[in-house]
Design a protein. Structure first.
Length: 258
């Protein structure tokens, strides 16, 4: 097995970094403009400083989740971008895998959801991931253990978080069974983040035919290595339906309904 080699970086007095590469070269680089959530860049990150975005992100990230001191700004920026475009389309917003509402609260704040003539349907157990939903392939790579300590019962907390949004509808239960509890004719925005193949594919099979042209689907786990089985399943789904999924550097996937 070949050992992994890393560049050595030293912080200089001027705030830049001296990089010693594994092949013996040296160069100076400026600080990253963003480095978190599996992604680092030197490019312009002013979108993360937009006052409207900062306010929206604050509402989502302070929703009472138990994931620790995490920085999801670039990922949430993608959700807000999608929400901004989808608010102009016909149809409802849907999220499958909500927990305390980091992403959906951020989006609703960012696009001033109360001012829209739309509904937002939020599907979750609000008590963590049912382990029996993991496939054998997912258990073999330990996915059923990855999220052991990540989720508690957050039903009452989620109810409080979404109370300011009159047309936010929390649907408590397992997907796909809970999908039958509400009638949704058209969907313009679909976010899927349930960390397991079976409920996620069931959700996309249910909602994709309801999505309007130009509607955006975000897959939160698509590019994560330990969620490779979800990527395989969604790639097959995309091929069957004549679409391509954009793989984002923070691990998400985006597909647009033709």
């Amino acid at each position: 097995m070949t050992a992994l080699k890393y560049n050595l970086e030293l912080l200089l007095d001027d705030g830049n970094y001296l990089v010693n590469t594994q092949d013996g070269r040296q160069y100076v680089r400026p600080p990253y403009t963003y480095a978190a959530d599996g992604y680092s860049t030197l490019h312009n990150a002013s979108c993360l400083e937009e006052p409207q975005f900062r306010q929206a992100y604050s509402q989502g990230i302070n929703s009472g989740h138990k994931f620790g001191d995490i920085d999801l700004r670039w990922r949430v920026h993608q959700y807000c971008w999608a929400g901004w475009h989808c608010k102009q389309l016909e149809g409802s917003f849907v999220e499958c895998g909500v927990n305390t509402g980091i992403f959906s609260l951020s989006v609703m704040n960012y696009i001033d959801f109360n001012s829209l003539d739309k509904d937002f349907y939020l599907f979750d157990t609000f008590a963590g991931i049912p382990k029996e939903q993991f496939t054998e392939a997912e258990r073999m790579i330990g996915l059923d253990k990855v999220h052991d300590d990540s989720y508690d019962d957050c039903w009452e907390l989620a109810q409080r978080n979404f109370a300011p949004y009159e047309r936010a509808h929390l649907v408590r239960g397992r997907v796909p069974q809970s999908l039958k509890e509400v009638e949704i004719e058209k969907v313009c925005y679909l976010a899927i983040d349930m960390n397991a193949v079976a409920p996620e594919i069931a959700a996309v099979e249910h909602f994709w035919p309801k999505m309007v042209s130009g509607g955006i689907m975000i897959l939160d786990d698509y590019g994560w290595n330990h969620h490779v089985n979800q990527k395989i399943a969604f790639d097959r789904f995309a091929e069957r339906n004549g679409v391509k999924i954009l793989n984002l550097p923070t691990g998400q996937g985006i597909a647009i309904k033709p």
